[in-house]
Design a protein around this ligand. Sequence first.
Ligand code: AMP
Ligand code: GLY
Length: 429
Amino acid sequence: MKIVVLGSGGREHAITRTLLRSPQVERVFCVPGNGGTATTDRCQNLALTVDDFPGIGQFCSDNQISLVVVGPELPLSQGITDYLQQQQIPVFGPTKAGAQIESSKAWAKALMATAGIPTAFASVFTDANTAKAYVQTGKLPIVVKADGLAAGKGVTVATTLAAAEAAIETAFSGKFGAAGSQILIEECLYGQEVSILALTDGQAIIPLLSAQDHKRIGEGDTGPNTGGMGAYAPAPIITPNLMQRIEKEILSPAVRAMADRGIVYRGVLYAGLMITPSGDPKVIEFNCRFGDPEIQAILPLLETPLEEILYATATGRLAELGPSGRSIAWKNEVCACVVLAANGYPGTYEKGKAIAGIERAEEKGAIVFQAGTRLQGQQLLTDGGRVLNIVATDSTFDRAFARAYAAVDCIGFEGMYYRQDIGHRVIKA
Ligand code: AMP
Ligand code: GLY
């Protein structure tokens, strides 16, 4: 089987390496890929961009590609799946209509309202003055969100009226482009955040192991939001009983409500949830793709060949994996992932710094998934905000994180930054 993976982050390197564990996978082509996907013998980066639909389509038909796996949300929201499906190429990832669950928060809220899915109360605004008048009458903290894709920067949890008003101004200033032409103002939820990444072919739904991300840049979950600074799986807060409720109250109604709108949703339905103090799950947001870095902490625990699962999802045969995905096998271990970032991230940062120590880190028993990296000749250089993911599995979180942080100590690049408290909720010692 020959597979194309779209994207260039840690998520895509994790998907690629996991696919390559299987002898059934002859070759993986990454668009555009990163330094990690450029270095293995059955893997190759293509000089294409994820928005070059004709180029990707042509490559697939010229090279008998069996499956395209779409990593990031942007090409999904631009309709890459619709484009490739017209050429009978199986695609893992929803159509443009389905991707609206992430690309328009207002659309997702309306879907949740019709389906009776528990979520924060929200109102939609199309002008700054009405929005400001609304926050003046409401409770603090309050959450201001740009409607569309804003690369994780469109959400402000405002603790003061001034901050809420500033967020409204920013959203309507054009900073987020079309994403800020309407905004949501939302009730603030409290509790523990959990990521549930579920596979669905529009009929069957199979949640993967639960995971928890660490969104803030600073230790103690402080400072600005990032794409995610570390993760672990599975999340102990998600008991089997709670997972059943999440399937029944959130995942199934969402997939059914989309089917009612004529959308056959195939790919990942990612529910970002708040487990409230009463123990009830509420949706913070839906995404239409794997979480990054959550999937880096999930895939090392997967025993079933990944290409079988992704192909079954893309071709509408997920039910063949058994009720609740019983034929998906997981290692009876836990997984820890620590993100190494460039100094300055999530603000401005420099690129092009030499990276050393990946082999030594892997000799220590860790897996290094690369994110913002590129190869220049034989030298690996930093090329993004989140640079590497250091991942380790073990029998307990204490041991897995000890192993991951021991491997972190082997790695060096100028300005390397990471949080030292990833896993603080689950580490006992
Ligand atoms: P989103 O881009 O919607 O995932 O939001 C980014 C982050 O903002 C989430 O991961 C939460 O930490 C926070 N957030 C978003 N909406 C809410 C809410 N209604 N209540 C509390 N925190 C929120
Ligand atoms: N780690 C959060 C996300 O992928 O959206």
